[in-house]
Design a protein around this ligand. Structure first.
Ligand code: UT7
Length: 329
């Protein structure tokens, strides 16, 4: 059908929080953070910045690159675990900004697998209803700084804020679609290793949940780490096998930016060198739903990938939810 990524965009807040800044908050140090995670600094959104405002700024760039007017967007999917509100959905706020009143909008909650999951959903809508959905905006946007416990050294060192977007367009030609293969998974048996314990219908907000700091991200790091590497490698192998493509043909692997050691371990197991595993965790930390969108935009704009290149996304996060996708950019 000719469905392709016509434009990408990203937005990172201006304020930088370095490891030295975090040393003042919890018992940690720059060397530990750098060697155990690869993170040196992360971006922190301002009080007026939210998941929707960051998504809008990233989307403006994606639309400009694609040469598409915001009013012509037919559907908006926003991957986020830090929406402006529980409802209305963040997509509706983005829709209002772009005046695309016909657009169908929703949020998708798959944590760090959110961007790849949203791409899958966006592409699926376009394939199922080609006349209805010609321009679909896929965003990943998270303001994690407000759901991170800045007294918990196991998590606060890792996360940052930002947004990444892709504008999917059906150009109506008979050229092949960009997505060649995908493999998405979940295992709800692991909800306890990575979650926000309160604020939903199971443990609604009350004085006790606030007192217990249950509205912040809780993560069993070591367990998550082990599961992440295996899941990212196996789902990557699945998509390569599905498409009949060897890893040598892939120009760039864009992994979710969770930890430099995870990225290195995945690259090693896939048999690729550092030059083919995209990594910007040093500057932004883990931006959850946004990380692959931000990385894709950087890779495109810096010439790391060119039109026609094969690109492999691989993701892993709370749910547990994980998966990979092979595209021809
Ligand atoms: O994006 C969603 C998915 N998320 C992930 O994939 C994250 C996966 N996990 C990780 O990235 C790593 O597990 C962490 C970075 C969270 C932790 O690194 P680790 O190498 O697994 O450390 P650990 O939890 O096994 O802790 C090792 C030691 C402990 O001390 P003892 O018990 O050995 O004395 C911790 O108390 O390091 C200590 N530690 C710290 N020390 C200084 C834990 N956090 C810190 C810290 N600074 N911030």
């Amino acid at each position: 059908m000719g469905i392709r990524i016509a434009g990408t965009g990203s937005y990172l807040p201006e304020k930088i929080r370095t490891n030295a800044d975090i040393e003042k908050l919890v018992d940690t140090n720059d060397e530990w953070i750098r060697t155990r995670t690869g993170v040196e600094e992360r971006r922190i959104a301002g009080p007026d910045e939210t998941a929707s405002t960051m998504a809008i700024k990233a989307a403006e760039k994606a639309l400009a690159q694609a040469g598409v007017d915001g009013r012509d967007i037919d559907a908006i999917v926003v991957a986020t675990i830090s929406p402006d509100y529980i409802f209305p959905n963040t997509g509706a706020l983005v829709q209002n900004y772009f005046h695309c009143k016909q657009a169908f909008c929703f949020d998708l909650s798959a944590a760090c697998a959110g961007f790849v999951s949203s791409l899958e959903v966006g592409f699926s809508l376009m394939r199922s209803f080609p006349d209805k959905y010609r321009n679909v905006l896929v965003c990943g946007s998270d303001k994690l700084s407000v759901i991170v416990d800045w007294t918990d050294r196991n998590t606060c060192i890792l996360f940052g804020d930002g947004a990444g977007c892709a504008l999917l367009q059906n150009d109506g030609t008979d050229s092949p679609d960009s997505i060649l293969a995908s493999s998405l998974h979940a295992d709800g048996g692991y909800t306890d290793v990575l979650r926000i314990p309160a604020g939903g219908s199971k443990a609604p907000a009350c004085h006790e949940t606030v007192w217990n700091r249950d509205h912040f991200i809780y993560m069993e790091g070591r367990e998550t780490f082990k599961l992440a590497v295996n899941a990212m490698v196996s789902s990557s192998e699945e998509v390569l096998a599905q498409a009949g493509i060897s890893i040598d043909q892939v120009a760039l692997v864009i992994p979710h930016q969770a930890n430099l050691r995870i990225i290195d371990a995945v690259a090693k197991r896939l048999g690729i060198g550092e030059d083919r595993a995209f990594c910007n965790i040093r500057y932004y930390g883990n931006t959850s739903s946004a990380s692959i969108g931000i990385a894709l935009d950087e890779a495109c704009r810096t010439g790391r990938i060119k039109r026609g290149d094969l690109v492999l996304f691989t993701s892993f996060g709370g749910g547990l939810a994980w998966g990979s996708m092979l595209i021809r950019y």
